[in-house]
Design a protein around this ligand. Structure first.
Ligand SMILES: [Mg+2]
Length: 277
């Protein structure tokens, strides 16, 4: 099992015809991570912009398939990068979810806010003197970025963060790619977010869930929770964005955001052709 999870996944572009074989007449629910999926990875997380070409294709795909962005950052932050209204947004790894036509957000871990604030203040003090490390406030969770160059410094940041969070038993630390995610030790992650969004979308749109194909595209460790949910579902498709051979529960892969854009474009073309049949 472990070996098969390590194998390189086939390309979602090369296998596009095979993937869509049984999709005729089905509803497609699309879930997209943001950083490293729609936008390239950059050293300064405040500059993780997506290209206007990517924005155009996301907007078009969202007009054809129910599309949600499930990001690790604060919901408002993700939306400020994407700047599209016709999407559903889940921020903070699913701790803050808002459907496009709803006024209220669903915030399953809001009771943890005071302890998150306390931990954030401590983390800011602890890493203050480490150049290249920064604390991002995401309201429902905290990201500690450490895109510093020296391996030794990276290890130091990890050690300091983990040690600090030991003092907050309600919180947990998850490793990402040059980022540590600190969040409540509660039942929320991108997998729960996908489940919640699928339920809500099915209820609102009277979907027959057996006729829904759910696709998740993401690049990081925290996306595995979503891949896991889709693996256990008929009509679930996980796509990992990576050039490398990685442990993953996704079924297919794309190399980088440029290929994500190409895949979304193929989906738009396919969906339009299908509508004409
Ligand atoms: Mg990502």
């Amino acid at each position: 099992m472990y070996a098969s999870l390590q194998a390189k996944r086939p390309s979602a572009i090369d296998c596009f015809a095979e993937i869509t074989t049984n999709w005729q007449g089905k509803t497609i629910a699309l879930f997209l991570d943001y950083d490293g999926t729609l936008s390239p990875k950059v050293n300064n997380p405040d500059e993780a912009y997506m290209s206007s070409e990517m924005r155009d294709v996301v907007q078009e795909v969202a007009s054809l398939c129910a599309t949600s962005v499930v990001g690790g950052r604060a919901r408002d932050k993700v939306k400020s990068f994407i700047m599209l209204e016709n999407l559903h947004y889940a921020g903070s790894h699913g701790a803050d979810i808002k459907l496009s036509d709803e006024a209220e957000a669903y915030q399953p871990t809001s009771e943890y806010e005071p302890v998150i604030n306390g931990a954030r203040e401590r983390l800011e003090e602890v890493i203050r003197d480490i150049k290249g490390a920064s604390v991002e406030n995401k309201q429902f969770c905290i990201s500690v970025h450490y895109r510093v160059f020296e391996k030794k410094k990276q290890e130091l940041v990890k050690k300091l963060v983990k040690k600090t969070i030991k003092g907050f038993p309600e919180l947990r630390v998850t490793d990402g790619d040059k980022v540590l995610e600190v969040g409540p030790n509660a039942e929320f992650n991108k997998g729960y977010a996908v489940k919640y969004l699928l339920e809500q979308l099915a209820r609102k749109n009277n979907w027959d869930s057996s006729q829904v194909v759910a696709i998740f595209i993401g690049d990081d460790r925290t996306d595995e929770d979503a891949f896991k949910v889709l693996r256990g579902r008929d009509g679930g498709l996980g796509i990992l964005v990576s050039k490398e051979r990685k442990w993953t529960k996704a079924s297919y892969s794309l190399e980088d955001p440029a290929q994500v854009q190409e895949f979304l474009q193929k989906l738009v073309t396919w969906k339009k052709a299908e509508a004409e049949v």
